[in-house]
Design a protein around this ligand. Structure first.
Ligand code: ME8
Length: 511
């Protein structure tokens, strides 16, 4: 039986068009899902849309549509983006799915039956943009005297009857859990923020609203709809068949990794685990908060008009180069800036020059001088064995990096090997060996082909289509492309198709 691996993205609010920030979360999770599949895991990868609440209802009204028609339309656009970003998700959940109503109401009932829910009244501030409650003390006063949420979102004063979740009762247990499991929240700086927040004291959480209707009705009291975050968080278990804990997919709970943006870590690191504790369910093994992207130094916003549709970037640069750039350019966990100059620079240097040229040079020498057949390894020099050892270590090295979501470091390790390959080909000069020592030329080209096979195999999760083309050119059969297969060398004499360039160069300023 393969070990299981469950990875999730946040579910996206359907209040506007998908942008590069959403694509980022999706691609990061996809790389991990693909990596784990190649590494022998039974993977479940979930993404989807978050469709209830006042923010979405308001967006529907603004668009002159019913919430259902509106959410159908925008949810479809997120599904399209997921496909356009090459996502290998196993499921796409919508919180308007009947299965999700069932799961959310079942979770509510379970909490209520266990005595964790009581009826009270909420009096305080609410920010629709954040779908979050704020205390008076958390608000900030803008220069014009208006009070807003710490995120800058407008707030309104709300007084309404509300059900509460006894979250305060779980403060100590959650603190103890986070302290005992240093890997539970990453990166460390964010973990410390959560700890600081928890030490400040946990209050009970208002978990129902009465001012509007676009939500899941509270079981037994239909005047209330569930607070959208309660419903949203439940999606991660709905998708595994909750409340049926005998469902086939339930084996994937607890999740191995839940990726979120830094703005929504607190909901995942405080509300979600306390709800699970109250329901008697295990907690996810790890939450990781990534940073935010800006565009050419500016915050992404509709009013600035800089919301780039990720599909335009795919058209300009190709999907794989975009996926590579997003995970290579900034440390996962830190904020990053998208600029045309940065992407063109990365693609030309690292994809076209370093990797593309190495493959093209090696493969065209095999095509020209060895009748396009993979040569045998023969007797290896120290230079050969050092290079091969570095290439062969890649799956193990990357496993450790990616288990910490260190995408940039993982890619740097691959590029070290690629750069070493470029140094090797220059030093060994197989084009000169063609005259002086043809058997040695054959060995050098085999070493390079083996290096490229390892590189292309471990880069598949990042750049699935291009690396599949590279593996085709290296003569690797499609069913021999997972990490375990790297231990079996390709037979000498394997015929290779004619090599073709994989990564074009971009001219700065174009596109
Ligand atoms: O928060 N850079 O949905 P959402 C990087 N429905 N990431 C960004 C970004 C940017 N500029 N802008 C947004 C929600 N994101 C809830 C989640 S989960 C049970 C419910 C990220 O559509 C953001 O950090 O507002 C978040 O992780 C994701 O996009 C979805 O944001």
């Amino acid at each position: 039986m393969k070990p299981t691996y469950y990875v999730t993205t946040p579910i996206f609010y359907v209040n506007g068009a998908p942008h590069i920030g959403h694509a980022y979360t999706m691609i990061a999770a996809d790389v991990l899902a693909r990596f784990k599949r190649l590494d022998g895991y039974d993977v479940h990868f979930l993404t989807g849309t978050d469709e209830h609440g006042q923010k979405v209802e308001k967006a529907a009204i603004d668009a002159g549509m019913t919430p259902q028609a509106f959410t159908d339309q925008i949810s479809a656009s997120f599904r399209d983006i997921a496909a356009a970003m090459g996502l290998s998700n196993d499921d796409f959940i919508r919180t308007t799915d009947p299965r999700h109503h069932l799961a959310s109401q079942a979770l509510w009932t379970r909490l209520q039956d266990a005595g964790h829910i009581y009826l009270g009244g909420y009096e305080g501030w609410y920010a629709i943009r954040d779908e979050a409650f704020y205390d008076e003390g958390e608000l900030v006063t803008r220069p014009d005297g208006i009070k807003v949420a710490p995120t800058g979102a407008p707030v309104e004063f709300v007084t309404e009857p509300s059900y509460f979740f006894r979250m305060s009762a779980f403060q100590e247990r959650l603190l103890a859990h986070i302290e005992a499991h240093p890997e539970f929240i990453g990166p460390t700086a964010r973990r410390n923020e959560v700890l600081g927040f928890l030490r400040g004291g946990l209050k009970d959480l208002s978990i129902s609203r009465t001012g509007f209707r676009w939500g899941i009705p509270v079981p037994g009291d239909e005047a209330h709809v569930m607070y959208v975050w309660l419903d949203a968080l439940t999606n991660y278990i709905t998708a595994l068949g909750y409340p049926n804990e005998n469902a086939e997919l339930w084996r994937f709970w607890p999740a191995d990794l839940q990726i979120v943006g830094k703005d929504i870590l607190r909901f995942h690191a405080v509300i979600w685990p306390t709800l699970l504790m109250a329901a008697g369910l295990p907690l996810p093994k790890r939450l990781y908060a990534h940073g935010w992207w800006t565009i050419e130094g500016e915050k992404i916003s509709k009013s600035l008009g800089n919301v780039i549709d990720p599909r335009e970037l795919v058209q300009a640069y190709g999907l794989d180069p975009l996926r590579f750039f997003l995970l290579r350019e900034v440390t996962f966990g830190s904020d990053g800036d998208y600029s045309r100059k940065a992407i063109v620079g990365r693609l030309n240097t690292e994809l076209a020059n370093d990797l593309g040229n190495l493959a093209q040079r090696s493969l065209s020498l095999i095509a020209k001088n060895l009748e396009g057949r993979l040569p045998g390894r023969g007797v290896l020099s120290d230079d050969d064995t050092t290079l091969i050892a570095a290439a062969e270590a890649l799956p193990v090295v990357l496993r450790e990096k990616l288990d910490r979501q260190a995408f940039g470091e993982a890619l740097e390790e691959v590029w070290k090997v690629i750069r070493a390959g470029n140094g090797y080909i220059d030093r060994q000069a197989p084009w000169a060996l063609r005259r002086t020592d043809p058997p040695r030329m054959a060995v050098v080209l085999r070493v390079l082909a083996d290096l490229l096979r390892h590189v292309a195999t471990v880069l598949q999760p990042f750049m699935p289509t291009s690396m599949s083309r590279m593996l085709d050119q290296l003569g690797v059969p499609t069913d021999l492309r997972d990490f375990a297969q790297l231990r079996s060398p390709l037979p000498d004499g394997t015929p290779l198709p004619a090599p073709e360039g994989i990564f074009p160069r971009h001219v700065d300023g174009a596109a």
